[in-house]
Design a protein around this ligand. Sequence first.
Ligand code: 0RQ
Length: 504
Amino acid sequence: MSLADRIRHPALLAKVMSAEDAAGLIPVGANVGMSGFTGAGYPKRVPQALADRLAALHAAGREDARISLWTGASTAPELDGALAKAHGIATRLPYQSDPTCRQQINAGEMLYLDMHLSHVPQFAWFGFLGKLDVAVVEVVGVLPDGRLIPSTSVGNNKTWLDQAERVILEVNLRQNPALEGIHDIYYGTAMPPYRQPIPLVHPGDRIGEPYLHCDPDKVAAVVVTDLPDRNSTFTPPDAASAQIAGHLIDFLQHEVKAGRLPRDLLPLQSGVGNIANAVLAGLDEGPFGNLTAYTEVLQDNMLAMLRSGKLTLASASALSLSPQAYREFEDHIAFYKERIVLRPQGISNHPELIRRLGVIAMNAMIEADIYGNVNSTHIMGSSIMNGIGGSGDFARNAFLSIFMAPSTAKGGAISCIVPMVSHHDHTEHDVEVIVTEQGLADLRGLAPTQRARLVIERCAHPAYRDALRDYFDRARRTAPGQHTPHVLDEALGWHTRYLRTGHM
Ligand code: 0RQ
């Protein structure tokens, strides 16, 4: 396939230039919206060229040689990693998982706006984030009329292309042209007070069109890439993850028996990582069939469930697959295209749709407290791990909001069930079920003191259970209020003890 077959718009074909020349069009201090969502569909050459330019400016004494970087979600070493290593990011939003970014954020050198993923496109439209100067978006190809074939993620690309003053396109020849048709880009959104209901009532509904719009006159450069997505390798579930998955599947079966869930459950949302993968593997072997997914990231085990027929369709914003699973996807792309829809994150994570569809939200956490408040983002109250991502979009609006973690971390030195979380991402009001390898606490319909007993008995590790019982009993005796009793002097004492001694 020649370049002219990929870029079928002559005026855009004429704008092909080197990544270095394109990066030169991005001013220092600009707000730059880049594509990319969980390691998929991010630009691969312009960010590296920009990082080289910013590093050279730093070497020449330009300490202000930085940009503000907005994306869909996490990206990859070629984007977040390269720009962070060049000290080229002043402000980052809305989600990252890059070690260098994390280090710089925690050192106070990079500002980080950790945002709900569904908020990002509308905050950009509302003008809450300032003006978007440049968009850098990876695409698979350009149609003769200038519409764009999106890549392996959609993220915020529609918003970046609409809002940015200038656009740089990376046409990635490595991405499969047969991706054309898998996307559903909804152009029916509006600003309040003119918003209308979003006409999606089933996870697989297609309500938009398969292409992104972009005014060709705004396109300042087209760069050609031939590089694969990050495609992290897949790690098989460990023992704790498999136990967590087992508890969760027993619970879902119980809900079906009780008549609170249909036999084919409700659309599934699954976070990323080891535990999420174990839950999906358990569901693939489990008793349920005819399942659907309304989620933001499609990872290996969801692909396996589509292949086995357990899952009939999946809606997401990105394909985050290992190299092996991506080969399987490409080998059977026609099969998967009938069963997968990729959407903008403003739609995949939309509260209205999550509430309407009755999504079962399953996300990992860092720690929970005895009352069911959840911390998904911070280590010991102050240091960021990754970010809230889509977990809040789903938890607040789900039919069932489930959070999962091993009961201990760092070889047992940390209890993931604590008297009070050191940072709140999901309050007790948004958390219905907590699961660890020890067991599952169903918190629905329970008052705080009832929740505390259950979380301690079902979810805490035996090595920490007595200390939690003792804390709760003393709080019951001594707290001035008995609705959510705490010993305030001690509530964060487990964390401060860890910071002092290396053990909770
Ligand atoms: O640290 O790597 O230094 O060993 O935290 O923990 O157990 O490997 O868990 O990779 O599944 O990540 C919540 C961070 C879990 C993730 C979180 C330490 C632990 C380890 C990671 P090391 P694990 P996972 C969809 C939904 C928020 C976004 C979200 C996340 C490291 O799932 O970012 O849900 N979620 N999005 O040792 C101190 C504790 C700890 C702890 C674990 N209590 N105290 N350290 N760790 N518990 C996706 C998107 O939105 C895009």
